[in-house]
Write a protein that binds this ligand. Sequence first.
Ligand code: NAP
Ligand code: 3JN
Length: 340
Amino acid sequence: MSEKKVNVAVVGATGAVGNQMIVCLEERNFPVKSLKFLASARSAGRMLRFRGDMTAVEELTENSFKDVDIAIFSAGAGTSEKFAPIAAQCGCIVVDNSSQWRMNPDIPLVVPEVNPHAIAAYTKKGIIANPNCSTIQMVVALNPIHKKCGIRRLVISTYQAVSGTGKKAVDELFDQTRAMMNFQNYETKVYPHRIAFNCLPHIDKFMENGYTKEEMKMVNETRKILEDDRIGITATTVRVPVYYSHSESVNVETLQHISADEVRSLLQNAPGVKIMDDPQNNVYPLATDAAGQDLTLVGRIREDKSIENGIDMWIVADNIRKGAATNAVQIAEILAKDYL
Ligand code: NAP
Ligand code: 3JN
């Protein structure tokens, strides 16, 4: 296996996720031969830095992908719907961060610590999908348990940072918090209610079944990545006034019994996982621990005494890094190493 130098394009380079992708490519020393920054006409000409060099952002067009080996998309589902097949048609492999292709049976949905083998199926459409941030961190922590004793059912509650909604939401939390601390009026533009000093049980649109789209992403994507449609999954996704890192309370019912100690030793050796579980000394993962790094932090591991085979755990990761940019760059690393 050789590692080839790669011509890379970042689509949505000026966005929150795209920006982090550029940082990840640099931090991880990805074998970049050339790097193209693509965004809408609004940003054409803006200068972005990679490894000390400034390069102008180009407008995304149908001709953007000539001579590009890997294009990493984070410009929304509509842009991916239109441009990912065009890029693939040009012979470029697309790693797509949007929800557009995730549940397409011909497109692999990949978390490198969990199902790197699935990448091989990229040849069908030339596209690999990156899962939703809340799904990624959960399956990194659950996959070893599923492999060892089978998961029957998951009951999930998430506590998701505003950065998952984008930069405008980060600004809205800041502005509302400052306004309230100064006894001033505040504006509500991004979310339907005030996010400062509040929790909103509403992420993405509500569906006819009463769940939100974010909740159903977790249900469907988890089953696809763990390759098991029999897992019962129910989720409540909640936006909280935190800037970076999603936290999740996950109740796991297993097919075979597993103790909390066995879960701890399984996860001790799991790729991408760090255990922070010493509650007597107030050690458990916090959003502030996860932000700015790439591991999925797991704590509060305990047996659920209300059922025969149950485990409760608390899972935290940086939603913009492992939840989006890092996972996509890890996929690109495998492509560069094993497939190009
Ligand atoms: P953002 O900060 O609003 O950035 C959006 C980016 O897309 C900008 O670079 C924007 O370019 C570009 N863009 C928008 N419309 C475009 C068009 N028609 N043609 C070309 N470029 C266009 O959003 P973000 O927070 O980075 O999120 C971007 C996307 O990433 C989301 O829509 C979502 O699909 C995905 N995402 C995935 C996860 C995950 O869970 N894995 C998490 C967050 C986001 P301009 O600067 O020119 O407007
Ligand atoms: O809200 C979050 O914390 C994660 C948001 C993800 C997101 C935001 C806008 C559009 C997605 C996604 O990745 O599912 C999408 C989308 O592509 O549908």
